[in-house]
Each structure stands twice: as structure tokens, then as C-alpha cells.
Design a protein around this ligand. Structure first.
Ligand SMILES: [Ca+2]
Ligand SMILES: [Ca+2]
Ligand SMILES: [Ca+2]
Length: 208
């Protein structure tokens, strides 16, 4: 009974958030540069032209995400303080992975990640910090990840977020400098994928 209720709640969240860009991974400090990963968990492609990022100063337009272009359903992209070329080389990323470099906002140990759309409306927020939120992870030289389908957006970091480890469920690996993460790779959990399908089925029924 409990699991049925959870399925219904998660399904409704998915369908109401069909525009679907979510923060899925972050590392506030690393040998090859801090980074943030976002993913399109919706059913439609999303054009990031005019979209932006800011940290805890919460200013839409602070850092332009337009260079990331269009994200297909399920596709992840990376924002990093490193140069795009150096980040790609250090992590061995395929040319198809979308990366925007030269981020200057500097994520700190306790900080915030805000993603705004082209209308400067907040799309997703992660407020994090192992000091401000005791018991949560400190993403120094290893990233934290979550599979955000079915979880509440606009949230604080919670114990749902876990450290990346070599060959974990995201297929994480080590960078040239020894950082551990999976920038640009997003693997939905089997449960999250099932919930997304339920959400899509619900949307289809309502349209008819
Ligand atoms: Ca930093
Ligand atoms: Ca900052
Ligand atoms: Ca990832």
C-alpha cells in the first residue's frame, strides 16, 4: 500500500515538471575543477538558450548556459570552472558531451546551485553543505549524485545524495587529477525510470 502511494505521488511530480531540467551531480572543489551536472529528465528536448546559473547570490543571468544548446531527453551537461578543453581532457569526455567552462562564481563548501530558465524563473535549486546540513556529504575531490526523478526539486541536499565511487550505479570513474565522478553521464535508477514511464502514461491519459 505504501509503495502504491509513493508511485502516485512521484508520477504526479514527474508530469508537472515535464520541462524537466534537474541538478543531478556536483563537486564544489576538485583537482580538475569544480563542476555541476544537469540532466533533462523530461520527455521533450529543452533549449538552454538564455538559461543561467548562479550560486547563493541567487541572481538570474549570473552565468550564461546558452552555450550548452539543446538537451535531449535523458541527456546530461556539465558546467565547470575549468576551461572546457582542460575539463574534457582530464575526464576523458566524448566530444558529444556538452560542457560549458570558465565558471567564476566559485562554489564553496556550503553554497547553493540555482538553475534559471530563459524567463529568469527558478527551475531547480540545491542548497548544500556538510556544515550547514550535518550528516550530508562534502563533495571535495569526489562528487555527489542523485537520480532526481521522483524526488522533490528546489530542495536542500539530503542523505539521498551520495558520494561517487569508482564503477558505482552512475559508472563513475577517476579524472586525471584523481577526482571521482561521472560528469556528463546520467543513468536513471531502475525505479526512477519506471516512475518516469508511469508519469508519461498519466500525461497521455489526461490529454485524451
Ligand atoms: Ca569551489
Ligand atoms: Ca559561491
Ligand atoms: Ca553524472
Amino acid at each position: 500500500m505504501k509503495s502504491v502511494t509513493a508511485l502516485i505521488v512521484a508520477g504526479s511530480l514527474v508530469s508537472s515538471a515535464s520541462a524537466g531540467i534537474r541538478i543531478s551531480e556536483w563537486m564544489y572543489q576538485g583537482a580538475n575543477g569544480e563542476f555541476i551536472e544537469i540532466v533533462n529528465i523530461g520527455a521533450a528536448a529543452v533549449d538552454l538558450t538564455g538559461w543561467s546559473f548562479d550560486d547563493d547570490s541567487r541572481l538570474p543571468g549570473s552565468f550564461d548556459l546558452s552555450p550548452l544548446g539543446i538537451l535531449a531527453p535523458g541527456e546530461a551537461a556539465v558546467i565547470t570552472e575549468n576551461t572546457e578543453a582542460a575539463f574534457r581532457a582530464a575526464w576523458g569526455l566524448a566530444a558529444s558531451v556538452k560542457v560549458v567552462g570558465n565558471l567564476t562564481n566559485n562554489l564553496s563548501r556550503n553554497d547553493e546551485i540555482n538553475i534559471y530558465n530563459a524567463s529568469d524563473v527558478l527551475v531547480d535549486r540545491l542548497t548544500y553543505g556538510d556544515q550547514n546540513f550535518p550528516g550530508t556529504i562534502r563533495t571535495q575531490n569526489k562528487s555527489g549524485w542523485n537520480t532526481p526523478v521522483g524526488t522533490t526539486p528546489w530542495g536542500n541536499v539530503t542523505t539521498d545524495w551520495v558520494f561517487s565511487a569508482i564503477a558505482d550505479a552512475q559508472g563513475s570513474w577517476a579524472s586525471a587529477g584523481g577526482d571521482i565522478g561521472s560528469p556528463g553521464t546520467f543513468i536513471p535508477s531502475p525505479g526512477a525510470a519506471a516512475l518516469a514511464l508511469i508519469g508519461l502514461a498519466g500525461m497521455g491519459r489526461r490529454r485524451r
